[in-house]
Structure formats: C-alpha cells, structure tokens
Design a protein around this ligand. Structure first.
Ligand code: MIG
Length: 648
C-alpha cells in the first residue's frame, strides 16, 4: 500500500508516475514546524535497520549517519561527506515496524538516521514536501512496491553492458586509436571509449574540435569497424559566446536561467562564463535534447552528461570572493568550498515554471534529473534504437531517462568498498544502470587495486575504467602481465547472458539487480548484517576482495551454494554447505556463488558485444532451468515476452 501526504504545495518533481491516493492523516512521523522548516520524527527501535537513500556515503544500513540531499560536486567521498551528486530521498525501515518513506521535495532536506546514537529518524525539509508512505510485509516488498510507483528504469543497448575505457585527457583521434589498439593487441575485450571535454571546441557543447577530429563521422565509422563506440560527454552549461548557435538561440528564445535583475545568470564553468539552460521547462528540454543531433548524425549512440548539479566554479556575484579565496588558500582545504554552495551561489538564479519564477535553491536537486530527461527525450526522437546515457547528477525519476555513475572517487580501497555499498542503495531508488569509475578517478591506481576493482565491476551494469588528468594512465594494457586483465574482463563477457538477463528482468519486474543479503535471507540474523557480500540477480552471490595484499577472505553462506572460481580458463565448481568458509582468489581470479536450485548461464565471451551470442550458453549451479533474456540488443520494445526458459 502506498499513500501520499501533502505538506504545503510542493513542486511536482514527477518522480512518482503512478496515481497515488492522498491520505489525510499520516501516522508514521510526528511533524513540527520550526521557522518554516518541517521536521519529521519517527522512533527507531535498537534493532531496526534503515536502508536506501541512494547515493550516500557509509554503509547499506544507513543508521548512525546524517545525510543531506543537496546535489554537489565535491570529490571528498569520505564517511563524513553529507552530500553527493544525486539526492534520493527514499528509505525503508526494517524492524518490528516496517515501512518505506519517500520525501519528494526538490529542495534541501536533511536525514538523520539514528544519528549520534539517537533512537529516532529525523528528517528536515526546507520546503514543501509530498511524503509517500509505503507499507508492506518486508523491506524487500516495500522497496518493490516503491519501484513500481516510480516507473520503469532506463534500458541501454547491449553494447553498453560491455567494458568501456575513459580518461580525462584523451584529446584527439590518435589518443583514442591508441586505446583501441592497446586493448585489441592485449586481447582485453572493450566496447566503447568515452570522450571527455577536450573533444569539444573550447568546451562549447554540441561542437567538435575540428583540428583534433577533422572528420568525426568518418572516424566514428572507422572505430565501429573495430567494434568500438565513441561516447562523448555533454556538460550542462552553455558558453557565453557571440555567434555560437546554441548560445545565440538560447538567448533569443529566453531559454536560460535568469539572475536577480532579470538578465541571464552568469556562472563560470570549464568554458569560462556560461548560462544555464532552464531544464525545468519542457520547451527548453526539447530544444536541448534535439541538439544531440550533431553527434547522432555522425553515428554516435551513447553519451554521458556531466556538471549538472549544476556544478559552478563561481557566479557573477561570487567571483571576487571566489578568486580571493582561490588565490590565497588552497580551496580544497576550505570546507565552505562547493559543499556548502559557497561560490556555487544557488540562491542567485531563477527558473520559470508555468510562467512562475522559482528560485533555483528551492528546486536545486532536480536540475540534473531534468537535463537527463532532456537528453533522453531528444535521443528518443533522434534515433530509433536504444542508446547509452548516463549522468552524474540525479534525483529519483531520473532513473527512467538514463543511468548514472557515482562521480569523482579516488583510487583507494575504501572507494572500491563504497562502490559495492552504493549499488543496492541506488537500486532501491530505481537506479539500475549504474557503476563507479573503476580504478578510481583521482589518484594513481596500482595494479592490484585495478584488478580487484575490475573484479567487482564485472558485476555492475555500467563497467567503465575512468580516471582524471595527470593521474597514472589507467588503461588495463599498461599494467604488465596483461593476461591477468584478459582473465577478469573476459569473465564479464562470458557472464553477459546472465548480467543482461538479470538486469532486464529487474527492470521489467520492478525489482532490484543488487540486493543486500538482508533482503533475501531476512530470517538469518547474521546474513542481515553482512555488507561485504551481495546478491546479484536471482541466482548469484558475490564476495569481492577489497583489502590490499589479501588473496583470501571469509565468506558467510546463509544456505548451501555452489562456489565458482574462474581462473581465466575454467569455471571450477565446488559445493559449499551453509556457514563460514575461507575463499582464495589470486589477482587474475574471481570467485562467486550460485544459489541452491539456481543456474547461472555462461557464454563463450567475445572481444566486443557485436560478436557475442547471448543464447549459446552452458550452466553453472544445481538448478534445473533458467529464464534467459535475449534480444538483438538495441530494440526499444523490451518485454517479458522475450524471456526464454532454458533447461539445463
Ligand atoms: O570538473 O570532464 O566527474 O568524470 O572526467 C571536472 C572532466 C569535470 C567531472 C567528471 C569527470 C570528468 C571531468 N569532470
């Protein structure tokens, strides 16, 4: 059961697509008002767990933390970091009392979940909010009910489930060719290469640097012959530049956000001074989305959207302050920087929704969502196949229009672990097509960390190695003894019949692809507390290696399972009874488990998905049949009808 309660007149985020009845008396939370901030409180029993909140730091059980929904571009992803790039205000309380709550507000909201040992949940909403309460018999059932209400997830093409390589710093055709040949020569599979901001002409959206890419359409065609798709980045802000069509049109049509005086708001990002498209308006979305045509005309089938929190270095109003601080201090040591919107200046510009002027601060968290929506709707009109799209900033609802990645992490073991922790929480909020920068964005990834990280990414729908400028080159073929990388990445391709099928079934059944053990074995008190193992799809459990220098770890099996070790050639299967076990995996090996009575299909693998057969499979495990999802990999019409039952 799902019921909505209105507190004031909240902005309609369109996060929920189902007609939900409005209740008149909400009983889960007590509500008070302090200076216009609504405070919702609910007691927590000592043994209650709280799951959800999407892209937030810390564990799967969110207890003990404070989380702030206010999208921000701050790479300090440590446990104390209250906000990230997306805001996902849904959680589920799992204890004697069970219920889900979604605080649907595009403005800032603070979630204290048993914070500092308090025995309560306290949610502060700075603006009007629509509160959805979801009742159900288990945490898992409640999440599934919620997933149905927010609508079906975005589905990318099959090739987007392949492996992708990216780096901030690839500049021209030659840089990209090097990556292609590096991978093909080493025999490490690869499906796409991302193009970061340097492909553009002076960071102007919807342009190409003609010197670096003299004939982009021909180059793209050539790359496709080698089984590689190019995936360009698109940033949110538009450079202020006389004569540039996007800028001129936007100005003429009045499509950019306005400042306090009624002129266009000016903000500095990579291109210098920019204007921000008012993505909250349907006509602006339509206009922006159709701009992708310059690239789709060249045969591009995938994009990533960045800087759409929106990330702002400083505004016309904060410029002096920003420059002052920038020069006098290292901004990274200044806690005010970005995190608190100090230079970002989110209260100084305005949107226009249905003729009404709305301050950006009041709707901040849906900006990236509406950009993703613009891109998705544009691409849907421009092409007739499925396309890849993933975004940095998001809000619940954005999952229907694109995938997302978790932003600027670091090459450290803690962030490998955080990658695993993020996945089920994101799934609870609708984001099925997601992943992290494999190997870490900032910092220098060493060989061991990259291999272990890849061994986790094998299971995440989005599997992309990405890193920042001036870090160690992070392409797999640069780390020596490339057969270890061949082993891990090939496993991804052998598992694609499973990964793709389980992803599609999760989408079509409004289910999760990554589940905490607590959702599958709710009666097992030990399993319910485990956060370093995860259920992947309906047949599998993983137990990644996330500690430096360790090639063994303990794993807890709530039920008997088949332990599978892939060593680069063979799948070595052993039956494990329930209970605790020690598993060993060298750097080129991956261990996973197949549930009792279930099967995992494995195919022959490929260098890229164009030559991959989804239905030519063998089975691991002791089950009898498997529901395989196989299609051409790009048709828009995804449906449960495409499932085939295969017998062992
Ligand atoms: O301010 O485009 O998260 O993936 O490589 C940095 C350059 C801008 C941030 C993205 C990152 C990307 C980088 N971008």
């Amino acid at each position: 059961m799902i019921t909505a309660y209105l507190y004031g007149e909240p902005f309609d985020t369109e996060a929920v697509v189902e007609e939900v009845p409005i209740g008149d008396r909400q009983t889960r939370f007590t509500v008070t008002d302090e200076d216009g901030v609504r405070i919702f409180r609910a007691p927590l029993a000592p043994s209650d767990a709280v799951y959800g909140l999407g892209q937030t730091m810390r564990g799967i059980n969110k207890r003990g933390g404070r989380y702030v929904s206010f999208n921000c571009d701050d790479p300090r992803h440590n446990d104390e970091m209250p906000s990230m790039y997306g805001s996902h205000n849904f959680f589920v309380v799992d204890g004697a009392e069970k219920y889900g709550a979604f605080f649907d507000t595009p403005a800032r909201a603070v979630f204290e979940i048993g914070f500092k040992g308090s025995g309560e949940i306290c949610v502060r909403c700075e603006r009007d909010v629509k509160l959805y309460i979801i009742e159900g018999e288990s945490a898992y059932a409640i999440v599934r009910r919620f997933l149905r209400a927010i609508g079906r997830s975005f589905v990318p093409p099959l090739w987007a489930f392949g492996f992708g390589q990216s780096r901030w710093g690839y500049k021209n055709e030659k840089d990209i060719e090097k990556v292609l040949f590096g991978y093909r020569k080493a025999g490490i599979p690869l499906d796409y290469i991302c193009m970061d901001i340097d492909y553009m002409d002076r960071y102007i959206d919807f342009t190409l640097n003609k010197r670096r890419f003299p004939n982009f359409a021909a180059f793209n065609r050539e790359m496709k012959k080698f089984g590689i798709r190019l995936v360009p980045i698109v940033d949110a802000a538009i450079k202020e530049e006389k004569g540039e069509p996007t800028y001129e049109e936007g100005v003429q049509k009045g499509y950019f956000c306005k400042n306090r005086e009624g002129g266009y708001f000016r903000a500095a990002v990579w291109p210098g001074m920019t204007h921000l498209p008012d993505f909250l308006r349907p006509e602006v979305r339509k206009w922006f989305g159709r701009k992708y045509k310059v690239y789709t005309d060249c045969g591009v089938e995938g994009f990533w959207n960045d800087m759409n929190e929106p990330s702002i270095f400083y505004s016309e109003y904060t410029k002096n302050k920003a420059l002052h601080k920038y020069i006098l201090k290292n901004h990274k040591e200044d806690p005010d920087f970005v995190a608190n919107g100090f230079f970002s200046d989110y209260a100084s510009f305005y949107h226009e929704v249905n003729g009404k002027k709305i301050n950006h601060y009041d709707v901040h968290n849906v900006y990236g969502y509406m950009m993703t929506r613009a891109s998705c709707e544009g691409l849907s009109a421009l092409t007739d196949k499925r396309f890849l799209l993933f975004s940095r900033s998001s809000y619940i609802g954005a999952h229907r229009y694109g995938g997302m990645w978790t932003g600027d992490n670091t090459s450290c073991w803690a962030h490998l672990r955080q990658n695993l922790l993020h996945m089920p929480s994101l799934n609870m909020c609708g984001f099925l097509f997601s992943g992290a920068d494999t190997g870490g964005f900032m910092g220098n990834c060493d060989r061991e960390l990259l291999l272990r990280w890849l061994a986790l990414s094998v299971f995440t729908p989005l599997m992309r190695d990405h890193t920042s400028k001036s870090t160690r080159r992070q392409e797999c073929y640069r780390y020596g003894k490339t057969e270890d990388f061949v082993s891990i990445v090939s496993l991804r391709y052998k598992l694609l019949p499973y990964i793709y099928s389980e992803f599609m079934k999760a989408v079509l059944n409004y289910d999760m692809y990554f589940k905490p053990l607590a959702f599958v074995f709710p009666e097992d008190r030990r399993a319910a507390k485990i956060e370093d193992q995860m259920m992947v799809g309906g047949s599998m459990m993983i137990a990644p290696f996330m500690e430096k220098g360790k090639s063994e770890r303990t794993v807890y099996l709530p039920e008997p399972m088949t332990c599978v070790k892939y060593d680069g050639n063979n799948f070595l299967c052993r039956f494990f009874p329930a209970g605790e076990h020690i598993i060993i995996a060298e750097l080129h090996e991956v261990v996973f488990f197949v549930r009792k009575g279930k099967l995992v299909p494995v195919g022959k693998g490929a260098q890229d998905t164009s030559s991959l057969r989804l239905d030519d499979v063998e089975f691991l495990g002791d089950g009898e049949q498997y529901e395989l999802y196989a299609d051409d990999g790009y048709t828009r019409d995804v449906s449960l009808d495409r499932i085939r039952i295969l017998k062992k």
